[in-house]
Design a protein around this ligand. Structure first.
Ligand SMILES: [Ca+2]
Length: 598
């Protein structure tokens, strides 16, 4: 790159002209800005560029037209594992990410995220959206290389209109529809940081349920007769599919706004924009005749759209069918920006740079593994070995209908061997059984710790407000002997201000709460009523299955509690319940107010 072209004397005047007029696209390409847009539960088929005539996604399609498409790009079958693969360049079982809730989504602390590497190289880093890889520091985004964080750390949220969110650890209220809000925040951030290299991660939370989308997008789909449908052996829920497509058109509109912002700021040329999804579609709908959906390791569960646009360097409209996936993103981004990995753990992924720049003559014949909860599938360039052992010729049978293992015994043997090796060597990196890692309290550099109902255990008659814990709260707290507790570990000894986010009817005022951790305890009487309505149902375009509805919880100061370093139970009790029940409990917020002892 440092040698001058042979016709340099002829080009020199042009070069100077470009330099003087500011038109030199090559300027600073050694530190390109990065934007990674990650959608949630959007299938490969949920884009018009992939032939879906049910919807129109011109702005996302344009990323493909102006950049490069990877048409066989694989991710894990659910949210958190894919995110962990993207951030670490390693297969998800290696990263400690077992599932999607109650701490099982946390990325192990010996892993190095791509954000930590870019931050170490002088980038400013930000994330707007659903983190879903750990909530309490040191797992929190602000402890994993993200300078600016706005969104929610849980796996899903119960309401998409101005809900409770967090901003760098502080509880805040969102503004309007979440995807619009995240995008606007990202645009403002980019404008403020346009002079320095930045890395913006935009993990959107749609079209993941609850199926909420503003009228502007829903109106087109409400009575829309979808011309393309799921294949015959897949049962399609039409209202759900319509809502998902409307949500995808809303994403597209936001991608358009974001790209316009880059153009307006004149930084589009040297900004790498990546677009992909974290797993297959969250319901059967048209998906290019593929087998499977979210949660499965069949082609339809793990194949994602993947576009990468970098006008200064990547040829517009280029395409590859070469297999690749989420484990390749970290090595690729580091390679493109010329940044060293600050971690020591070996990556499973490889840099896609040779494919991007058409220098892939010696590209190796790879096998790509998809794995989730006891199911392993192996993909070669042509074949997929299903988790039940069937072998499918994906070139001639992309719908995985005919088992060809008898016809290709050598291929079958090779892929089976690779799958078994993965099961033997990689899968055991996850501990068996329940995730026993405690929930951390305190951090040397960050003062906040949020302990939600999601991560707590309740006894007796106390009930969780929804089937899925992620955004739930505890209700029906009618007995003084019942408790809500967290399996915690205090990392930094010190004084912590404790708040509980609660509801309490006027009739139930006077309940007395105790927060205890070992020898330390504080008590507080509830004297201010907060009785907001349950929200979410009225905005669902298709009924939800598992997410809790939400309420407008408010903080109540419990006082200052001294926490000693080490593992301990943090226990919330109701010492007195004068009414029919104590509070409804959404979360405990702890803020370290003393300097703290490590
Ligand atoms: Ca997802």
């Amino acid at each position: 790159m440092n040698t001058l072209p042979k016709n340099w004397p002829l080009l020199a005047p042009l070069f100077l002209f470009a330099l003087l007029t500011g038109h030199l696209a090559l300027a600073n390409t050694d530190k390109p800005n990065i934007i990674v847009i990650l959608t949630d539960d959007q299938g490969w088929g949920d884009l018009s560029v992939h032939g879906n005539t049910n919807l129109s996604t011109p702005n996302i399609d344009r990323l493909a037209a102006q950049g490069m498409s990877f048409d066989r790009f694989y991710v894990a079958p659910i949210c958190s594992p894919t995110r962990a693969e993207f951030m670490t360049g390693r297969y998800n079982p290696r990263t400690g990410v077992k599932s999607a809730s109650r701490g099982e989504e946390r990325i192990d602390l010996d892993e190095t995220t791509v954000f930590e590497d870019f931050k170490a190289a002088g980038y400013h880093t930000a994330a707007f959206g659903k983190w879903h890889n750990g909530m309490q520091p040191p797992y929190h985004p602000n402890a994993r290389g993200i300078d600016e964080y706005y969104g929610f750390c849980s796996g899903h949220w119960g309401h998409y209109y101005s809900p409770m969110l967090e901003h760098n650890g502080e509880i805040v209220t969102g503004e309007g529809f979440l995807i619009d809000d995240f995008t606007t925040r990202a645009m403002n951030y980019i404008e403020a940081h346009k002079e320095e290299p930045f890395f913006v991660y935009l993990p959107y939370c749609t079209p993941h349920s609850p199926m909420q989308v503003p009228d502007r997008w829903w109106d087109k789909f409400e009575n829309h007769d979808l011309p393309l449908r799921a294949r015959k052996d897949q049962s399609e829920n039409l209202p759900h599919a319509r809502a998902a497509l409307a949500m995808c058109e809303n994403i597209d509109w936001n991608v358009g706004r974001l790209m316009q912002k880059l153009n307006d700021l004149k930084i589009a040329d040297n900004t790498i924009v990546i677009y992909f999804s974290d797993n297959g579609p969250n319901g059967f709908r048209w998906n290019g005749d593929m087998k499977g959906k979210k949660g499965t390791v069949d082609e339809g569960g793990v194949r994602s759209a993947f576009f990468i646009r970098w006008p200064a360097k990547i040829k517009a409209g280029s395409k590859t069918d070469t297999i690749s996936g989420s484990i390749d993103l970290k090595p690729t981004l580091l390679d493109l920006a010329g940044i060293r990995d600050t971690g020591t753990l070996p990556m499973d992924g490889v840099s896609l740079k040779p494919l991007l720049f058409d220098h892939a003559e010696n590209w190796p014949d790879r096998l790509y593994i998809n794995h989730f909860v006891g199911k392993t599938s192996v993909r070669s360039q042509r074949f997929r070995l299903g988790f039940k052992g069937g072998l499918y010729d994906m070139q001639n049978d992309p719908g995985q209908r005919v088992d060809v293992r008898a016809k290709f015994p050598k291929v079958y043997e090779k892929l089976t061997k690779a799958g078994k090796k993965f099961d033997r060597e990689v899968v055991p990196e996850l501990p068996e059984g329940k995730d026993e890692r405690p929930f951390m309290i305190g951090h040397p550099d960050l003062t906040f710790t949020q302990l939600p109902a999601r991560d707590a255990i309740a006894t007796g008659d106390i009930k969780r407000s929804g089937r899925a814990p992620n955004c739930s709260f505890y209700t029906n707290w009618v007995n003084t002997e019942d408790t809500i507790s967290w399996n915690a570990e205090v990392q930094i000894e010190g004084d912590y201000r404790a708040q509980v986010y609660y509801t309490c009817t006027k009739e139930d005022l006077g309940t007395v709460l105790e927060l205890r951790c070992g020898e330390s305890a504080i008590t507080q009487k509830v004297t201010v009523a907060n009785n907001p309505p349950l929200v979410g149902r009225e905005s669902d375009r298709s009924p939800r299955r598992s997410e809790s509805f939400m309420k407008d919880f408010v903080p109540l100061d419990l006082g200052v509690i001294h926490l000693k370093k080490g593992p301990n139970q943090l226990v919330l009790k109701a010492l007195e319940i004068p009414g029919t029940q104590s509070i409804e409990m959404r979360l405990i917020m702890l803020n370290r107010i003393s300097k703290g002892k490590n």
